[in-house]
Design a protein around this ligand. Structure first.
Ligand code: ASP
Length: 327
């Protein structure tokens, strides 16, 4: 009953240098520092993959890890853990979830307090991750984020605090489970969508640039100029339920005639609407102009989905359908 552990760096693996902590601990060093881990008797197949701050990760690197994780499951691992920095974890875990085909859990975790500080949370998070990765209750839930003894669906999780050890939350749904006295308790089972294919051609993925554009007060939209020449899609993080200034509505509409533009909310939780407001720049108006409804997906997750779809050469109708499924 082995678990594959892929390490990608991040605070969980950072130790001191004169200029601040940097990623340098190996997976073997990380696991040695976890009290109680050896008592679980779970063989860990450790693969040190990257030792970077998570800001440096790319779609391609993450998908390569997911591919290797998938092969580990095919070769008998009951579950897989990925340790990485927390800054991009809500994006990487969701990207992995979009393509993860197995019943075996794929668990992402990390730490907010590095190992040189009092009360580092990495060991506790890693121990909880191993418990979840080996739990029969956690099977067929897709990709999970285990943090602070909570289990979050990658589909819903957000990093909501810059320093707290309770940085991860699922504002729309709450955690789907908890680790209580070492037992994994799953309280809700999100519906899984069929996996999208992992892009076979890395060059196509690299070329599939998708922009994220956030609504801000009194923006003249200059940054949107020429975007269709450089990008294959845009996620627009609109105000509230999906609104834009009336001056930007035709600009977004013109863009949507050339590349897919997905409408999301910049608020951090809740869905964009479809047909409640009627002003120019309202959700009704923007959707009529050809923007695609992102539903409950936050802008970062919408961007991950759109980039995979654009890479696969999906047509507008397929993109609309996928967002209806995932959003
Ligand atoms: N900056 C770090 C990273 O994402 C933060 C962390 O690991 O918590 O790599």
């Amino acid at each position: 009953m082995s678990v594959a552990l892929f390490t990608l760096g991040g605070t969980i693996a950072m130790t001191g240098s004169s200029g601040g902590v940097v990623s340098r601990l190996t997976g073997a060093e990380l696991t040695t520092a976890v009290p109680g881990l050896a008592d679980l008797g779970v063989p860990l197949d450790v693969r040190d993959t990257q030792a970077v701050p998570s800001a440096n990760l790319t779609f391609r690197q993450v998908l390569d890890v997911v591919g290797a994780a998938s092969r580990a499951v095919t070769h008998g691992a009951v579950g897989v853990i990925v340790t990485q920095g927390t800054d991009t974890l809500e994006e990487t875990a969701f990207l992995a979830d979009l393509v993860w085909p197995h019943e075996a859990p794929l668990v992402f975790t990390g730490a907010m307090r590095n190992p040189t500080l009092a009360g580092p949370d990495g060991p506790a998070n890693l121990l909880a991750a191993v418990r979840v990765a080996t739990s029969s209750a956690a099977r067929d839930l897709g990709t999970l984020v285990v943090f602070n003894d909570e289990v979050h669906a990658a589909r819903w999780v957000r990093k909501t605090h810059s320093t707290s050890t309770a940085a991860f939350a699922s504002p729309n749904a709450g955690p789907i489970g908890h680790v209580i006295e070492g037992q994994v308790r799953i309280l809700a089972r999100p519906v899984r969508r069929g996996p999208l294919p992992i892009p076979a051609d890395p060059a196509r993925l690299d070329a599939a640039r998708v922009a994220l554009y956030c609504a801000t007060l009194d923006d003249d939209g200059l940054l949107l100029d020429g975007l269709a020449e450089t990008h294959r899609g845009v996620v627009y993080a609109g105000y509230g339920v999906g609104h834009a200034p009336s001056t930007l509505a035709p600009v977004l509409g013109a863009l949507a005639e050339r590349i897919p533009v997905v409408l999301t909310s910049r608020t951090g939780s809740g869905s964009v609407l479809r047909h409640t407001y009627g002003a120019v720049g309202s959700e009704t108006d923007l959707l009529r102009r050809g923007l695609i409804n992102g539903g409950l997906l936050d802008p970062y997750k919408a961007r991950a989905l759109l980039r995979l779809l654009v890479t696969a050469g999906a047509r507008r109708d397929d993109i609309v359908e996928e967002f209806a499924n995932h959003g």
